[in-house]
Design a protein around this ligand. Structure first.
Ligand SMILES: *[C@@H]1O[C@H](CO)[C@@H](O)[C@H](O)[C@H]1NC(C)=O
Ligand SMILES: *[C@@H]1O[C@H](CO)[C@@H](O)[C@H](O)[C@H]1NC(C)=O
Length: 454
């Protein structure tokens, strides 16, 4: 396993200096920086690289010392599944970076998730809880395109978004998840896909991408942002010891390359899925991950439409944890902001000036899991921070809800062909239906445990 010394030497904590103070998560130094080099009380100016120092809350500041790499996860995936869903209105304010795709756009609320939520809310007898549940229909999530069948729906949403745009004058942004790789979910079972590498998988996948692009190019005035293939590249970083992942490596890379090139040519902003803090955030995994993502970016032509990476998709980690969850023991990157602050500079060194989006859809409650790698319908989870471009970090374009909360991660039925034993662990809510289908009891918990409250 690789040493993390080089990385951590970049994270030496600088003393806070001078007068006018930068806010928490604000920039406080770096080559070319002429603003304040001191931080507000409770945060510490921390050098992330020569070009960027940031005010990190004292309680969250990364350790200055080199720390050894604890058992990096060859842990599983995180994901799940799809369904479709989608989302509405968030009003992006000016984003943290000048080229933030959300800036000036309203996020389109597609009817699919809104309908699931409305039906779920209608099934709740407690009037107060039902009203809270119904309000989730107005919160934007991503729509998962997990089968080629669903690609036609994208045209419906884009047409709808375009007509909203024309009638209101408010520019619309549609959020999608591209999720149909052949031999998908190579290290787990719950989200097995429709295509197989052995059976014309790559050509089928290219056709799937072509179908999406054919819809997108019909509506050039509507902006599209895509999360690319949850878990796929992360599995290539840590799970090549799993036969199915090793077999899939070449095809995954070819397919993701095709997706990025075609989507970029169509003006879609892409964020490749990068697992989460408890997966690629282990110090030993950071550099191999950055090398892989930078290579994929370059192989796809280094398009400015390849904006960066998506983290915590369908997972439960906090963006900024009040204190480390005991299950994160040993990982200095115990939440998503630590992970992003650690990975961003390494990506930049590798030639990929990536920014991030972070899924907080089910991160409202913390310290719920037995193991950090547990990902299936975690008991007691609540909806988390609402989507916003007010992220507090110049590395993060938007906090988003990628996983449509209420859609199941995987079934607990051990007779199902897509059964994954992770969905029967003691911290998994049971009985659980098939991945992607509505899980009413889980939805009700997400609503009642929402933090901030609904
Ligand atoms: C496509 O959709 C139809 C009906 O919705 C379904 O019966 C069929 O199994 C789907 N095909 C695939 C490959 O998922
Ligand atoms: C579990 O899965 C099997 C096989 O698909 C199915 O026949 C059975 O009805 C399922 N049980 C439940 C409770 O859903």
């Amino acid at each position: 396993m690789k040493s993390s010394a080089a990385l951590y030497s970049l994270l030496a904590i600088l003393p806070a200096l001078i007068n006018a103070q930068s806010p928490v998560w604000g920039q406080c130094g770096g080559i070319g920086w002429s603003g304040s080099t001191s931080c507000v009380s409770g945060s510490v100016c921390t050098e992330l690289n020569d070009y960027y120092s940031q005010c990190i809350p004292s309680s969250a500041a990364p350790p200055a010392s080199t720390s050894q790499a604890p058992s990096p996860s060859s842990t599983p995936p995180t994901t799940s599944a799809p369904g479709t869903s989608s989302a509405p209105s968030s009003t992006p304010t000016s984003g943290p970076t000048a080229d933030n795709p959300w800036t000036g756009y309203q996020v389109y609320l597609s009817p699919y998730y809104a309908n699931e939520v409305k039906a779920g809310a209608a099934a709740i007898s407690d009037a107060t809880l039902a009203a809270k549940a119904a309000s989730v229909a107005n919160i934007p999530t991503f729509t998962w395109f997990d089968t080629i069948n669903k690609t036609g729906d994208l045209g419906t949403y884009l047409a709808d978004a375009q007509s909203i745009q024309q009638s209101t004058g408010q520019k619309q942004l549609v959020q999608i998840v591209v999720y149909d790789l052949p031999d998908r979910d190579c290290a787990a079972k719950a989200s097995n896909g429709e295509f197989s590498i052995a059976d014309n998988g790559q050509a089928n996948y290219e056709n799937y991408i072509d179908q999406l692009v054919a819809q997108i190019t019909k509506y050039p005035d509507v902006r599209v942002v895509a999360v690319i293939e949850p878990d796929s590249l992360a599995n290539l970083v840590t799970n090549l010891n799993v036969q199915k992942c090793a077999n899939a490596q070449t095809t995954y890379l070819a397919c993701v390359n095709y997706a990025l090139k075609q989507l970029s040519a169509a003006g879609v902003y892409s964020y490749m899925d990068a697992g989460h803090a408890g997966w690629l955030g282990w110090p030993a995994n950071l550099t191999p991950a950055a090398q892989l993502f930078a290579q994929v970016y370059k192989n796809a032509g280094s398009s400015p439409f390849i904006k960066g990476l998506a983290t915590n998709v369908a997972n439960y980690n906090a963006l900024s944890a009040a204190s480390p969850d005991p299950i994160t023991q040993g990982n200095p990157n115990y939440d998503e902001i630590h992970y992003i602050n650690a990975l961003g500079p390494v990506l930049a060194q590798q030639g990929f000036p990536a920014t991030f989006i972070v899924d907080q859809g089910r991160s409202g409650q913390q310290n719920l899991r037995q193991q950090w790698g547990d990902w299936c319908n975690i008991k007691g989870a609540g909806y988390g921070t609402r989507p916003t471009t007010n992220t507090g970090s110049s590395l993060i374009d938007s906090i988003v809800w990628v996983k449509p909360g209420g859609e199941c991660d995987g079934t607990s039925n051990s007779s199902s062909p897509r059964y994954d034993s992770t969905c029967s662990l003691s911290d998994a809510d049971q009985p659980a239906p098939e991945a992607g289908t509505w899980f009413q009891e889980y939805f009700q918990t997400l609503v009642s445990k929402a933090n901030p409250p609904l």
